[in-house]
Design a protein around this ligand. Structure first.
Ligand code: IPE
Ligand code: IPE
Ligand code: MG
Ligand code: MG
Ligand code: MG
Length: 287
């Protein structure tokens, strides 16, 4: 499903007054070279579920608004204190701290405003429930991450990843099931795929934070180390890291095949997103 999200985001933001500093910060954040993985995962699932783009495009944008809000706040001095994001100054460096705080706030509200534009009834109610739940859990995960240096067990670390990253991926996949009018109960399992995908993604992010290229990270190396954050790949050898990736990937492939067996759908576009993540981490690891 080919979507021009930039064009639609620009159109939606234009209603907010392009001369406002806040709108400029929102545009800087939303139109600044993000990979759009969560939005594209959602759109790929929608495509695999044979849905029309016009019906679901704004939901993809709402996901991206929440994700971007979390990043703007994640980079602030009180959290990760990162001056660069996507190879460019982070929002509080490009603008200022107060504007970045307000920009994050505004993006959360904007996400829900955008969600209401083309959805109604039960679909809208369920979408609001899914996204608001995910975002509160994400914030809780971010809170736990701040003290993750005290976290001893790998299980606890996985739990933090499930929250800070997995929940929005889970929501992106659960939303695709809500968009489908089929009401097949088996599609509920998509949420589980989303959570695994989120874990896989955060594992890749941790690998890139430690071992990746400057270009792959979009900022200097070792943000996690600098902040005393637990990173899932600290202390692991390259082959152990590759082993963990392979394990998550085969669980994901298995879950996708299971839903394919139970429903009339083939998740080929969704599998492409998985291959893309895999290729990225392999390239960054030089494996
Ligand atoms: C970064 O997410 C935050 C994590 C949960 C690891 P992305 O790497 O998806 O960020 P962008 O939007 O592509 O820059
Ligand atoms: C952030 O995790 C997860 C969010 C919910 C924003 P990280 O702090 O590892 O993300 P990056 O590495 O800054 O993108
Ligand atoms: Mg962080
Ligand atoms: Mg960070
Ligand atoms: Mg990181």
């Amino acid at each position: 499903m080919e979507a021009d999200l930039d064009q639609r985001i620009t159109e939606l933001l234009s209603s907010k007054g392009s001369d406002r500093r806040l709108t400029q910060a929102m545009g800087y954040t939303l139109l600044n070279g993000g990979k759009r993985v969560r939005a594209r995962l959602f759109l790929s699932l929608c495509s695999d579920l044979q849905l029309r783009l016009e019906a679901v495009e704004d939901v993809a944008i709402a996901i991206e608004c929440l994700h971007s809000a979390s990043l703007v706040h994640d980079d602030l001095p009180a959290l990760d204190d990162d001056d660069f994001r996507r190879g460019k100054p982070s929002c509080h460096k490009q603008f200022d701290e107060a504007t970045a705080i307000l920009c994050g706030d505004a993006l959360v509200a904007f996400a829900f405003e955008v969600l209401t534009l083309r959805l109604s009834g039960e679909q809208l109610v369920q979408s609001v429930q899914i996204l608001s739940y995910a975002f509160v859990e994400l914030c809780h995960g971010q809170q736990l991450d701040l003290t993750s240096h005290e976290t001893e067990s790998p299980e606890e670390l996985i739990r933090i990843h499930e929250l800070k990253t997995g929940k929005l991926f889970e929501a992106s996949c659960a939303l695709a099931a809500v968009m489908s009018s089929d009401n097949l109960p088996e599609l509920q399992n998509l949420a589980n795929i989303g959570n695994l995908m989120g874990q896989y993604f955060q594992l890749c992010d941790d690998i890139i934070d430690l071992h990746g290229s400057q270009q792959g990270r979009g900022r200097p190396a070792g943000s996690d180390l600098k902040n005393g954050r637990k990173n899932r790949v600290f202390g692991l050898s390259k082959s152990e890291v590759v082993g963990q990736c392979n394990q998550l990937e085969s669980r994901l492939q298995h879950c996708l095949s299971e839903i394919e067996d139970q429903t009339p759908y083939t998740f080929s576009a969704t599998r492409e997103i998985l291959s893309e993540l895999e290729a990225r981490v392999r390239a960054e690891l030089g494996a």
